[in-house]
Unconditional design. Structure first.
Length: 462
């Protein structure tokens, strides 16, 4: 059950800043494409799939203002945010007159960028009206989800990373009486605490540095529809209490504001942890857990519903056909056998990655076993705490060369330290000499790659 994200094109000729912008938006849940000038940006936009452009103004070949005019004349529906270190009222007015939705003056806080993008780019509501799979578990899950969808109850969805919890949440929304209203998702693991509060509840002009105009929060944007709190177990204790009050009172106040905004929002939550264990360990409020866990649903890992592997693989081949000139290659017999034999520690997310790579590597007609490059050999060894070869380490880190080696070593150190300290994030951050926020960032990246975090699945897999 793959999920889809908005794609933001970042146009910036400063490599270090471009990487920082990419990391910030990526951690906020967006797919990010990077280019260094306006001409490259137009080439990427022409290929399709871009939902927003965030562009520097001062660049060689084609500057940001020229790029803005090109986009507005040729791709009018794509929103554009301009950023510059040479800001002025006149330039801002000119940019807005030419069609920019907003204007950032460097330097700016990461939370300002994320909130600006979020305010102008609502989370997508996907048409997920059926669940792909033929296993008994998936059929039962589909039936249960439709019954739950008909009742306006809060649902807690649990399961390993990559199993498709967010897509199940979308399925519940699409089969509910709120289907014609907004479906808004927020990843609690990917956004730092100080940004998460403003993103959830919104803020008024002047609420914090950089808040030069008011912005509604996710609760407001979801009013009348459904709000998904993805990876809710990552939320800090202080924000948990504020969330509990909003859920109890069904009203929200923006940061820096004093007006109570009434809410009519159905809340769904997901976690890849054993929530009862999180409550017992004092990491998650018991009263908030019971407020969210009205109807619990657990999604089984892909290795426990192998009848779903081939239907999902075929679904993904059709889903990504546009990136393959519309061609949908067939699965050869040896490829089928290899897919069925693999354990899929990264679950459906890993399967989608494998199928996308296979479409690139195959001859266009048939996918062979040689076209299947599994990414989880090293990840499985990380789960077991064993050594990895340099090659498999690069696969786990998702990059080749020196960067991949360094990232894998960093991940191994984090895994070993968490295991040594029995999953304590506070103690792990202190021992590694990093902040808890930085540790959360790194753990979010590791989960995206399919790396299992010590302590998260122990109760489920014991």
């Amino acid at each position: 059950m793959p999920s889809t994200k908005h794609t933001v094109l970042v146009v910036e000729d400063d490599a270090a800043l471009a990487e920082a912008l990419s990391d910030t938006l990526g951690l906020a849940g967006y797919e990010v494409r990077l280019v260094s000038d306006g001409e490259e940006a137009i080439t990427v936009i022409e290929q399709g799939g871009i939902d927003m452009v965030v562009s520097d103004v001062h660049m060689k070949r084609m500057d940001g203002h020229s790029l803005l005019k090109q986009i507005k004349s040729r791709f009018a529906d794509i929103p554009v945010i301009l950023m510059t270190a040479y800001g002025s009222i006149e330039k801002a007015v000119e940019a807005m007159r030419d069609g920019a939705i907003d204007y950032l003056v460097k330097p700016f806080e990461a939370e300002v960028l994320v909130n600006m993008v979020g305010c102008n780019l609502a989370s997508p509501s996907h048409d997920v009206r059926r669940m792909v799979g033929e296993s008994v578990a998936t059929r039962e899950l589909s039936t249960l989800a439709r019954r739950v969808a008909a009742k306006d109850v809060t649902v807690m969805i649990t399961g390993e990373s990559g199993t498709g919890k967010e897509v199940l949440a979308q399925y519940i929304h699409q089969n509910s009486t709120r289907a014609d209203k907004a479906f808004i998702a927020i990843n609690c693991a990917a956004i730092p605490e100080n940004m998460l509060e403003a993103t959830l509840f919104g803020y008024e002009k002047g609420a914090f540095t950089g808040a030069y105009k008011a912005c509604p929060g996710k609760f407001e944007l979801a009013n009348g529809g459904t709000l998904l709190l993805d990876e809710i177990s990552e939320m800090e204790a202080g924000l948990q209490s504020k969330l509990l009050r909003v859920l109890q009172e069904r009203v929200v106040e923006r940061l820096g504001g004093n007006r109570a905004i009434e809410l009519d929002v159905r809340v769904l939550a997901t976690s890849n942890r054993d929530m009862a264990a999180e409550v017992a360990a004092g990491r998650f409020r018991e009263d908030l857990f019971y407020r969210l866990n009205v109807f619990p649903i657990h999604v089984q890992p892909l290795r426990e519903r192998r009848e779903d592997i081939l239907p999902l693989a075929e679904f993904m081949l059709h889903k990504h056909a546009d990136n393959n000139d519309g061609r949908v290659p067939a699965l050869g017999g040896e490829a089928v056998e290899a897919l069925l034999q693999h354990d899929w520690p990264g679950n459906v997310r890993e399967l989608e990655n494998v199928m996308q790579r296979a479409m690139v590597l195959c001859d266009g007609q048939k996918i062979s076993a040689a076209d299947l490059h599994f990414e989880s050999t090293a990840i499985g060894r990380l789960r077991e705490g064993g050594a990895t070869t340099a090659e498999s380490a690069r696969e786990a880190a998702g990059e080749a060369g020196l960067n991949g080696d360094l990232r894998q070593r960093e991940w191994q150190i984090i895994v070993d330290t968490l295991r040594q300290l029995r999953g304590s994030r506070k103690a792990t951050a202190e021992k590694l000499g990093i902040s808890q926020r930085t540790l959360r960032y790194k753990l979010a990246r590791m989960r995206e790659a399919g790396v299992s975090i010590p302590g998260e699945f122990d109760a489920q897999t014991a």
